[in-house]
Design a protein around this ligand. Structure first.
Ligand SMILES: *Cc1c(COP(=O)(O)O)cnc(C)c1O
Length: 320
């Protein structure tokens, strides 16, 4: 990062940032990509571009776009969320079809579709290739743009053993994050096809996302693509280790992890997620409350197999 060649990205002349954008576009097999300070801003830019004002965004009910972006699609893009309830976080083409509006002067028009892979709130659940392709086929049939929130796409690709481009193929716009699985301090990209770069640029700028010597950040992302992509299966193995170490515990029930997230459900009446998370934090195990009786644990490149063993022992002791 310290030795990155930099320019002024607001003038589109930061060479390291351009290298990253070209690399991401190639990796996801899209026409181009733009570097963003955050995944949230890249998601918001995509929805702004995809869904006309006064239309609906069809999206899984517990998606990041619904819960964790401060009603951004409403506040910024004038778009209404059409949340689709699912049993397990997996949106399907049939469920999307059921949420599409028939033309009528009385109801909103459908504007765009968004999918999330892996699904954070569903515990890092993977959307299989065929499911994403079926939603992509439906989106083309209905002329509705498809956005992929791929903050965790690297994990989905690793879990399925496919190239990220395979999972990105059905979507018109794809957000990928460098600050999650890849371990960078800052940064996401929005990759896109069929939209002029100048249009994406304009919305990013309007949302305040022009960064000057962004090459220092992009350099970290390039490093991460070279060094941290191939090791993601280690995180998935660690998540499975944590879940199996807690399996059968009378007070805390791990859900079976598909990637690097382990959801932990509190079984006893008296335990609350907030209180247990605080006790674990005191002992050096950091988890996030995800509902009144659920904790989320995430494995990543700073967590070793030994750390997992220690975390499991600590959790068992605290629950006892
Ligand atoms: C973290 C995350 C985001 C947002 O990324 P930020 O860089 O934190 O803004 C969006 N979608 C999903 C699925 C995420 O996990």
């Amino acid at each position: 990062m310290a030795s990155a060649e930099v320019g002024d990205d607001v003038l589109d002349r930061d060479p390291t940032t351009r290298r990253l954008e070209e690399r991401v576009a190639e990796l996801l097999d899209k026409e181009d990509a733009l570097f963003f300070p955050s995944g949230t801003q890249a998601n918001q830019t995509a929805i702004w571009l995809c869904a006309p004002r006064g239309t609906e965004l069809i999206v899984e009910a517990n998606a990041h776009l619904v819960h964790y972006e401060i009603a951004g699609v409403a506040a910024l893009s004038g778009v209404q969320v059409r949340p689709v309830a699912t049993a397990d976080g997996l949106l399907t083409a049939d469920l999307v079809r059921g949420a599409l509006r028939a033309p009528s002067p009385h109801v909103p028009r459908s504007g765009a579709i968004a999918i999330e892979n892996t699904h954070n709130a569903a515990g890092g659940k993977v959307m299989p290739v065929a499911v994403a392709e079926a939603i992509g086929a439906l989106s083309r049939e209905r002329g509705l743009p498809l956005h992929l929130d791929g903050a965790r796409l690297w994990n989905a690709a690793a879990a399925l053993g496919v190239a990220p481009a395979v999972l990105a193929a059905p979507a018109n716009t794809v957000m990928v994050a460098f600050s999650k699985a890849l371990g960078c301090p800052v940064g996401s990209c929005l990759a896109f096809s069929g939209i002029p770069r100048a249009e994406v640029w304009e919305i990013r700028k309007r949302l305040g996302g022009g960064m000057r010597q962004s090459g220092i950040l992009a350099a970290a992302c390039l490093y991460a693509l070279d060094h941290n992509l191939d090791r993601i299966p280690e995180d998935h193995a660690n998540a499975r280790r944590l879940a199996s170490a807690l399996d059968g515990n009378p007070a805390i029930r791990p859900l079976k992890p598909e990637t690097n997230i382990v959801m932990l459900d509190l079984v006893r009446e008296r335990d609350t997620a907030e209180a247990v998370a605080a006790k674990l934090a005191d002992r050096g195990v950091l988890v996030v409350p995800f509902g009144p009786k659920r904790l989320r644990a995430v494995t990543h490149l700073d967590v070793t197999e030994q750390d997992i063993a220690r975390a499991a022992v600590t959790i068992v002791e605290v629950m006892r």
